[in-house]
Design a binder for this molecule. Structure first.
Ligand code: B16
Ligand code: MG
Length: 227
């Protein structure tokens, strides 16, 4: 594959792997997270809007609940119960996820990356990432799936992306992280990764794109190399 005057082989010396966030990059589970939190919020009489949900992108389940509470004090046992309820409601939506649920541009990008010999990883805050990947039919494509169980410190700590890069056997400087969340971009940048940001909340990334539909992978890597 060629992009302009730069052969893919030359770019590949620098980039050896791609690490993808899941929700908001590979597929859009944000709506399901919203509906599940909204159900908990309504049951408990807590105000919660779609706009509030946007601020939860990429954050762990626990951090999401703490933000949703907006400073209201709740004991640990109640936190655990509400998180369990939210997850039960969220899991009920997973059957709606299928290979057709990939966001625009994702299938072609993953095929191009695989063909180019790049290692592929997932770095998701979600403890349900394995199931979502299974529903998407992508299990065999990824060399490593890092999820909410892999590290103690969630995004914006860099730990998860560093864990995935380590499992792929590459350095952060040899990987590109794709993220849709401010917390995820910050996590990747703190870890020393170049970043591709997708959508409004990820504009601080090394390269920002409205979606993964364009440009082609080779051009993305070329643009990252020149930033
Ligand atoms: P769970 P990502 C994140 O996924 C979601 O963006 C975020 O809304 C959610 O709270 C978090 O996973 C934890 O999800 O409750 O399933 O463990 O963007 O990091 O792929
Ligand atoms: Mg995300």
């Amino acid at each position: 594959m060629m992009c302009g005057a730069v052969p893919m082989g030359a770019i590949m010396d620098a980039v050896r792997g791609l690490i993808f966030d899941l929700d908001g990059v590979i597929t859009d589970t944000a709506e399901y997270h919203y509906l599940a939190w909204k159900q908990v919020a309504d049951e408990e009489g807590l105000p919660f809007t779609r706009e509030d949900n946007e601020a939860l992108r990429g954050l762990s389940r626990r951090e999401s609940l703490l933000r949703l509470l907006k400073g209201r004090s709740v004991d640990e046992a109640t936190l655990q119960i509400w998180m369990a309820h939210k997850n039960t409601y969220y899991l009920a939506y997973l059957d709606e996820i299928s290979p057709a649920s990939l966001l625009p541009g994702v299938a072609v990008l993953l095929e191009d990356a695989k063909r180019a010999g790049l290692k592929l990883g997932i770095g998701s805050s979600s403890k349900n990432a394995q199931q979502v990947i299974q529903h998407l039919g992508l299990k065999a494509l990824f060399d490593v799936i890092g999820d909410g169980y892999c590290v103690v410190n969630a995004k914006p700590a860099p730990d998860l992306f560093l864990w995935v890069a380590g499992a792929l056997g590459i350095f952060p400087t040899q990987a590109v992280v794709f993220e849709d969340a401010e917390a995820g971009v910050e996590a990747a940048q703190r870890g020393g990764f170049r970043t591709v940001g997708i959508g409004a909340a990820a504009q601080r990334a090394t390269l920002w794109l409205p979606s993964l539909q364009a440009p082609p992978l080779a051009e993305m890597l070329q643009r990252l190399a020149t930033v």
